[in-house]
Design a protein. Structure first.
Length: 390
């Protein structure tokens, strides 16, 4: 019953009323001590003291159960339980076996108020104390069998309820954390996609715009062709951005090879690219990661390298970790093409590859700069399917 707030203190008026009713139901088992006070043949003074002891016990018990979950120190809780156990012992020894039922409430309060590890020992200790008192009270052993099991089960049940409530709270917190992490991951994915998409497309638009501007005075027809290409690139960029936002963007390596050739040629860079992508079987996510790597590498070559030549290779290799697909992009420029901004550029690219079990390597060479991206490939059916690199 979530409205009762078992294991937690009530915070609203409704919760206080419901919890009071819930506690009141279990006080019905005090009918034995009440009947003893009414019909047990005690003197008036003993009855008054008995009623006083019973009222104090119930008030202390209810207050303690109500305050469960308020973060009191264990010393205060243990002290309160000790007072309840002392009251139960005193009333049982002085008034008779009917008062042994108070130990069941002490055991239940121990399971409700103490930490799990301490509650186990407290329940056993209360049950042992009840057994000792029952054996010392005339006729108490006849009540012992009917009270010992409820004392153990009642305390254990409250421990279980508290643990269930605690687990439920932890699951809710974990669910909220997972949702937050998922939202952060989606933002990161969107940021990487937009960076890679717009960086490539805008670079190509800028190059073709400059080229059209140079052609416009003398060759208006050629300039018009470049403007038409700009329109196509911008429209495709808009489509790509929409797909990226929707989460459906899955670039293919073959398409990116064709786009890389267009971008390099427009920038006046000699492009040495394979005619087609490798035929080795590869997961869709891994191929998408390689396609993003090619796009980012070519964009950086066009924007930052100042190169005159760019060579792209896609190879199948057998490594100690298993077969991999390797993409290498090497230029003869002076720049390294690395923006160096965390979360963007090469950093974001490395994160993409790591998610597929791949890796990214970048290094300066004697001729320029080289980028190598690797992703795992599905095992080939025969050794002849595995290519060799330079």
């Amino acid at each position: 019953m979530s409205s009762v707030g078992i294991g937690q203190r009530p915070t609203t008026r409704r919760q206080r009323v419901v919890k009071s009713l819930w506690i009141g139901i279990w006080l019905v088992y005090l009918s034995a001590p009440v009947s003893d006070l009414l019909h047990g043949g005690h003197s008036t003074g003993v009855r008054l003291l008995g009623w006083l002891g019973l009222v104090v016990f119930v008030a202390w018990y209810v207050a303690m159960v109500f305050r469960t979950g308020r973060g009191e120190t264990n010393r205060l809780v243990i002290g309160s339980l000790a007072v309840l156990a002392a009251q139960s012992t005193l009333l049982s020894l002085t008034l008779g076996r009917e008062w042994l039922v108070l130990f069941v409430y002490v055991s239940t309060a121990s399971g409700a108020a103490l930490p799990t590890r301490m509650a186990r020992w407290a329940i056993v200790a209360v049950s042992a104390l009840m057994t000792a008192v029952a054996l010392a009270v005339p006729g108490g052993h006849f009540y012992l069998a009917g009270l010992l099991i409820p004392a153990l089960l009642g305390g254990g049940a409250m421990m279980g309820v508290r643990q269930l409530v605690r687990t439920t709270i932890e699951l809710r917190e974990a669910r909220a954390t997972v949702a937050q992490l998922a939202a952060n991951e989606e933002r990161l994915r969107l940021a990487r996609d937009l960076h890679d998409l717009l960086g490539h497309s805008l670079s190509l638009i800028t190059l073709k715009s400059e080229l059209a501007g140079r052609m416009l005075p003398a060759h208006p027809e050629k300039a018009a062709l470049q403007v038409a290409d700009i329109e196509k690139v911008s429209r495709q960029a808009l489509v790509d951005v929409r797909e990226a936002v929707s989460g459906y963007r899955r670039p293919r390596l073959a398409g990116e090879l064709a786009g890389a050739k267009v971008a390099l040629t427009a920038a006046g860079i000699t492009a040495d690219l394979p005619t087609s992508a490798t035929e080795t079987d590869i997961e869709e996510e891994a191929e998408a990661a390689l396609a993003w790597a090619l796009r980012e590498a070519v964009t950086n070559v066009v924007r930052h390298s100042g190169a005159l030549r760019c060579r792209v290779e896609v190879l199948s290799r057998q490594t100690l970790e298993g077969p991999v697909i390797e993409l290498s992009v090497e230029d003869n420029g002076k720049g390294d093409g690395s923006p160096g901004t965390p979360g963007n550029g090469l950093t974001g690219l490395a994160e993409r590859l790591e998610k597929t079990g791949g890796s990214l390597e970048t290094a300066r060479t004697k001729q320029g700069f080289r980028l190598v991206a690797r992703v795992p490939a599905n095992p080939s059916p025969s050794p002849t399917d595995v290519g060799s690199g330079p």
